[in-house]
Write a protein that binds this ligand. Structure first.
Ligand SMILES: CC(C)(COP(=O)(O)OP(=O)(O)OC[C@H]1O[C@@H](n2cnc3c(N)ncnc32)[C@H](O)[C@@H]1OP(=O)(O)O)[C@@H](O)C(=O)NCCC(=O)NCCSC(=O)CC(=O)O
Ligand SMILES: [Mg+2]
Length: 243
């Protein structure tokens, strides 16, 4: 093996090892699995390219009823046959982009989010091979692209949108526009997907982003969990009053 190649491999291994250690500290395992909401999972697929961590994202097909044309992670609703949130994420990633489950090194589950249909959405983080070639299922996915993870703390094109959910919860929504040199296209990453990407970047880099966030960086675990619990409480109160 050539010397530079060996160096490249070592560098990649050390980037991955650092990320693994940080991510494991934030693993929530099944701590939120008992909550009485419908469930979905997404896979946050990480890979190392040119010495940097990258995140793989998809563009939803225009035919889909829910969120057509929006950028999201591979993922979907839980199926009765899924053992847990990890199973759901891996099954959906296989269906949508042809990623073989055995080619994913699952690292952890992060604090969930809640989507506009009140699904509890669990992000599952895993490493995939840097050489992975997606085969998107055209019924569900119209495009696949990768973004350097750092973009989600140091973006070139960023907007923040204040919002209020139907349950009355006030928050901040991130919106990134990423000019992808590979596709020569711009992608807009916002909402729940951007929320997960930012959190992942904060966990791994522990650096202050160039925009404002709703977490205390010095207490990221507890502040991300209280952010979620506030959101959950507002959804739950509303669900109860609708019964
Ligand atoms: C929550 C989710 C993980 C749930 O996943 P999916 O919606 O992909 O669910 P899924 O994969 O199980 O199925 C998608 C739909 O496709 C249908 N479907 C499945 N196979 C199909 C096929 N072969 N042909 C046509 N349709 C098919 C399913 O029946 C389902 O329809 P049906 O649904 O009709 O049963 C995702 O929706 C998500 O990531 N949402 C956030 C996206 C986002 O960030 N958008 C930007 C901002 S908006 C935002 O942030 C607010 C928010 O979304 O909350
Ligand atoms: Mg899906």
């Amino acid at each position: 093996m050539a010397a530079e190649e060996h160096e490249g491999e070592q560098e990649r291994d050390s980037i991955k090892e650092k990320a693994r250690l940080r991510l494991r500290e934030f693993d929530v395992r099944d701590r939120f699995s008992h909550l009485p909401l419908a469930r979905a999972s997404v896979l946050l697929p990480l890979m190392v390219r040119a010495g940097k961590l990258h995140l793989l994202l998809t563009v939803r097909s225009m035919q889909l009823r829910r969120s057509p044309g929006e950028v999201c992670f591979p993922g979907g609703k839980s199926d009765a046959t899924d053992k847990d949130e990890i199973d759901t994420a891996l099954r959906e990633a296989k269906e949508e982009v042809g990623l073989q489950p055995e080619k994913v090194e699952v690292i952890c589950r992060l604090v969930p989010g809640i989507d506009k249909m009140n699904y509890l959405v669990t992000p599952v983080v895993g490493f995939i091979e840097d050489t992975f070639q997606p085969s998107p299922n055209p019924d569900e996915v119209s495009n696949v692209f990768v973004v350097p993870l750092e973009y989600f703390i140091k973006p070139l094109n960023y907007q923040t949108v204040p919002y209020k959910t139907s349950s009355g919860y006030h928050g901040r929504m991130h919106s990134f526009t990423y000019d992808d040199p590979e596709h020569k296209m711009s992608f807009r990453i916002w909402g729940l997907t951007a929320h997960f990407a930012v959190f992942l970047a904060l966990v791994i880099f522990r650096r202050r982003p160039t925009f404002e966030i709703d977490y205390d960086l010095d207490n990221l675990i507890s502040s991300s969990e209280s952010y979620f619990m506030n959101l959950y409480a507002s959804v739950y109160e509303r669900k109860k009053s609708n019964i």
